[in-house]
Design a protein around this ligand. Structure first.
Ligand code: AGP
Length: 605
């Protein structure tokens, strides 16, 4: 996925654009560039293959003082990774960036070449720039962009900068685009991701498809919107920019991951408030009208494990069957999609290519789709028929923590909305109380962090790790193992506790650690499984209720109070695993917030 950022305001335009592009680096890219209006009033473009730091080096000897600028991080689709093919693309007084694919680029290019237009790059993007140029002979820029856009096929977002008027135009079809204004700073911004606009905008706008966004210093509102006929349009959503993020702000925390673990109790409480007393009520109301015969749950990584929790909620509470499949597998399994099925897609970023492809598979089979997603305005958010925001705030740590908790709880709210007690004040109060109890219990785990840290210090250098659990704790075993792998770079596996005896127990010796999750449900059976590992000299880290037999066989024991949490207990246990993995990684000295080989959002298949 390419990244787009544009800015106009009193100053600092290039710095603001570069900061926005840095925030989009997680998407992965192979080149970066900016165009800005220089002190001579001319458009000046600098673009380099490789990381943003290469672009910054190219700019280090340039006067970048400017009031209007657009920038881009490119993930090559049409045309190789070269400086020329990088964006922005410029011609005379116009410069443009693009995210998406122009499906009829070849035919448009042939037509334009027939009219004598030439091209500097191999990209499809430049075709739109020259198409607009070809129309400028007959109409003003605003109309030329609208007319040109009506001739372009495929999903795309374009952002233009006009040297003559210092204005920015932006338009999109089924591609992410968000605008913003900050009136005290007298600036307007545009991006492919609201995350890039945090701090630069105090109000954000999500334009509809085919809506032309016009950012202009001549407009006292800084921004206006037009429909495909060029008339003023109201086809956009606007909201206060609520997400807070300051690149230097980890507060007292050494890592974003730890900060985000500690944010969880507050987020659990605010999620409840949002859906029961706030703007979220309408989302819950809308989704409560669904009558699925069956759910298809699809997601990737941590989101997939959250999906297994949600499966337990829906099958347990609503008795609606759920099939579930990894995003990367779903579309290749020729899924059996029947009328009355509903697709449920879970994603923090809303940009994970495999999850988007699964959603597309359902959409093309006319199956209704629901998202549990963190980024409003993301591709998944826009593609789904129904959306429940997980309200995790910005998650910087590549290893997902708070988003997992919020995904699980939002899935629990979905089960409530589909349940027979939806709208019943008494049942809602009970659920709200349970959420609140979960927040309190997570607070207790956080207060008990020293005990967890001590265990981490004892076990972080062992040969391998099995996270085990039964029933509703099995997804937590899987997620716990993933967390440890991701940030400590050690081999860990999540297993159903009852499954180890069917082979994996061969791996157990005095160097293997079993992080044994024991809930009140299936306690005795789970303890029997742990005894099988103990008998083979495995190191046991028992996580469970106050139980003598469990304590006796545990080399290390963390007592948890499951009272009253019921189906939410797995989310309580999971925080212990988050902290255990965090401190093990810390003792190993790895890059916890940006682990090697990983991206925050995997936007490629
Ligand atoms: C989790 O810690 C990883 N960062 C990764 O597994 C992630 O959950 C997965 O790539 C899905 O991302 P998404 O939630 O943004 O779709």
């Amino acid at each position: 996925m390419c990244g787009i950022v544009g800015h106009l305001g009193p100053s600092q335009s290039v710095e603001i654009v570069l900061e926005g592009l840095r925030r989009l680096e997680y998407r992965g890219y192979d080149s970066a560039g900016v165009t800005f209006l220089n002190q001579s009033g001319k458009l000046e473009t600098h673009k380099k293959t490789g990381k943003i730091v290469n672009l910054e080096k190219a700019l280090s000897s340039v006067n970048t003082d400017s009031m209007v600028s657009i920038g881009h991080t490119r993930w090559a689709t049409h045309g190789g990774v070269t400086d020329f093919n990088s964006h922005p693309h410029s011609h005379e007084h116009l410069s443009m960036v693009h995210n998406g694919i122009i499906e009829n680029a070849d035919s448009l290019r042939d037509t334009l070449q027939g009219k004598g237009f030439s091209f500097k790059s191999e990209t499809d993007s430049e075709v739109f720039l020259m198409l607009v140029f070809s129309l400028l002979e007959k109409m003003p820029l605003k109309e030329a962009i609208l007319k040109g856009f009506s001739q372009v096929e495929g999903n795309s977002a374009f952002v233009f900068i006009n040297e003559k008027t210092r204005e920015i135009f932006a338009i999109k079809r089924a591609a992410p685009l968000v605008c913003g204004t900050h009136h005290t700073k007298s600036q307007a911004v545009v991006s492919s991701d609201p995350y890039a606009l945090i701090g630069a905008a105090d109000r954000i706008y999500f334009p509809g498809d085919e809506v032309l966004c016009h950012l202009s210093p001549a407009n006292k509102d800084l921004i206006s919107f037009y429909d495909s006929e060029g008339n003023p349009s109201e086809n956009y959503k606007s909201q206060k920019q609520e997400m807070e993020y300051d690149p230097s702000d980890k507060g007292d925390f050494e890592h974003y991951m730890l900060k985000e673990i500690y944010e969880q109790p507050g987020l659990v409480r605010s999620l409840c408030q949002f859906y029961f007393d706030g703007d979220g009520k309408k989302f819950l109301e809308k989704v409560s009208s669904l009558r699925p015969n069956r759910f298809h749950i699809s997601a990737c990584g941590t989101a997939f494990y959250a999906g297994l929790l949600v499966r337990d909620f829906i099958e347990g509470i609503n008795r609606i069957p759920c099939v579930y499949e990894l995003g990367s597998e779903f579309r290749y399994r020729n899924p059996i999609l029947k009328e009355g099925d509903v697709g449920l897609f879970i994603s923090q970023s809303g940009e994970t290519a495999d999850t988007l492809a699964s959603q597309g598979e359902c959409k093309s089979s006319s199956i209704q789709t629901v998202s549990l997603v963190n980024v409003e305005g993301s591709s998944l958010y826009r593609e789904c028929d129904y959306n429940l925001l997980i309200r995790a705030g910005v998650e910087i740590g590549v290893a997902s923590t708070k988003a997992f908790t919020q995904m699980g709880l939002t899935g629990r709210l979905l089960a409530h909305a589909l349940g027979e007690h939806y709208g019943d004040a008494h049942h809602e109060k009970k659920l709200i109380d349970k959420f609140s109890l979960l927040a309190e219990r997570i607070d207790e785990v956080l207060a008990n962090v020293e005990d967890i840290k001590k265990i981490a210090e004892e076990i972080y250098n062992k040969k391998g790790y099995f996270f085990t659990g039964r029933g509703i704790y099995y997804p937590i075993a899987l997620e716990g193992a993933l967390k440890l792998k991701e940030i400590a770079y050690v081999h860990a596996e999540g297993y159903a506790a009852g499954e180890l005896k069917h082979g994996p127990i061969a791996l157990i010796d005095e160097e293997m650690v079993n992080i044994a999750i024991v809930g009140p449900e299936l306690k005795d059976k789970t303890i029997s499984n742990i005894q099988e590992i103990k008998a083979r000299k495995g190191i046991i880290v028992g996580i469970g209720p106050n139980d003598n037999s469990l304590k006796k066989i545990s080399d290390y024991f963390l007592e948890l109070n499951f009272e009253g949490l019921d189906e939410l207990s797995p989310l309580y246990v999971n925080v212990v695993n988050q902290l255990l993995s965090y401190y093990m990684a810390k003792f190993k000295g790895t890059d916890i917030d940006k682990p090697r080989n990983l991206a925050k959002s995997v936007t490629v298949e």
